[in-house]
Design a protein around this ligand. Structure first.
Ligand code: SAM
Length: 214
């Protein structure tokens, strides 16, 4: 994602009730923050938040937390979020996913979405990919036993890497497709911003769903 510094984004985030600053203090207590016992699902690298906002609208009985590393991107999601105060089930964190275990405790997360994660094409940067074994082991520490990770991308090399990484790390491939929009798995699919952009260019969308127990 091309990043442009957005003036005032840090201040907007600091002031917003929808962006949780002291996420470490809420570790293990997200249900209290949402005020109910509904499951908590997260999207890591949510960008401008199109996908997670639609998920929150569609599934009011699920709580969502969108995670984004950059203020200049998160602020765009926050603008949209602020225009829909009636959504009670959506919060954001500005953080690098490297520290995800500081925000959530064991089994606290019911599901994880990774959408069009940055590919980091150079081998020496493979550890930064959000589907690398290092990141999968972090997710392992926060995801409920029957929790799923759903990963979408149009990048075939990243998809191949991610399938290998999952198998190597002991995860089970629940299902996979290299043409999501032409597959049975497309029913109920909510498109992300990048998904719209790349599928309009004619790129096929790959998706894998993985779990640890099956
Ligand atoms: N998920 C959105 C979509 O599908 O439209 C955005 C995809 S964009 C290519 C990837 C996003 O992930 C960017 O907004 C980037 O800043 C964020 N990101 C990359 N690495 C991250 C990390 N380590 N922790 C949190 N966010 C990250």
């Amino acid at each position: 994602m091309r990043l442009r510094n957005v003036r005032g984004s840090r201040e907007t985030i600091a002031e917003s009730e929808y962006c949780i600053k002291d996420y470490e203090g809420h570790k293990g207590k997200w249900k209290e923050l949402f005020g109910n016992d509904n499951p908590i699902m997260i999207e890591i690298g949510m960008g401008k938040g199109t996908f997670i906002m639609e998920m929150a609208r569609t599934n009011p009985d699920i709580n969502y937390v969108g995670i984004e590393k950059y203020s200049s991107v998160l602020v765009r999601a926050l603008e949209k979020r602020t225009n829909e105060p009636e959504l009670r089930n959506l919060l954001f964190i500005r953080m690098d996913a490297e520290f995800i275990e500081d925000a959530f405790s064991k089994d606290e997360v019911a599901g994880i979405y990774l959408n069009f994660s940055d590919p980091w094409p150079k081998d020496r940067h493979s550890g930064r990919r959000l589907t690398s074994p290092k990141f999968l082991s972090r997710y392992d520490n926060i995801l409920a036993k029957d929790g799923l990770i759903t990963f979408k991308t149009d990048n075939v090399s990243l998809f191949d890497f991610s399938l290998e990484s999952a198998k190597e790390s002991g995860w089970t491939i629940v299902n996979e497709t290299r043409d999501l929009h032409g597959s049975v798995y497309n029913e109920g699919n909510i498109m992300t911003e990048y998904e719209k952009k790349f599928s309009e260019l004619g790129n096929k969308i790959c998706r894998m769903v993985i779990s640890r127990h099956f």
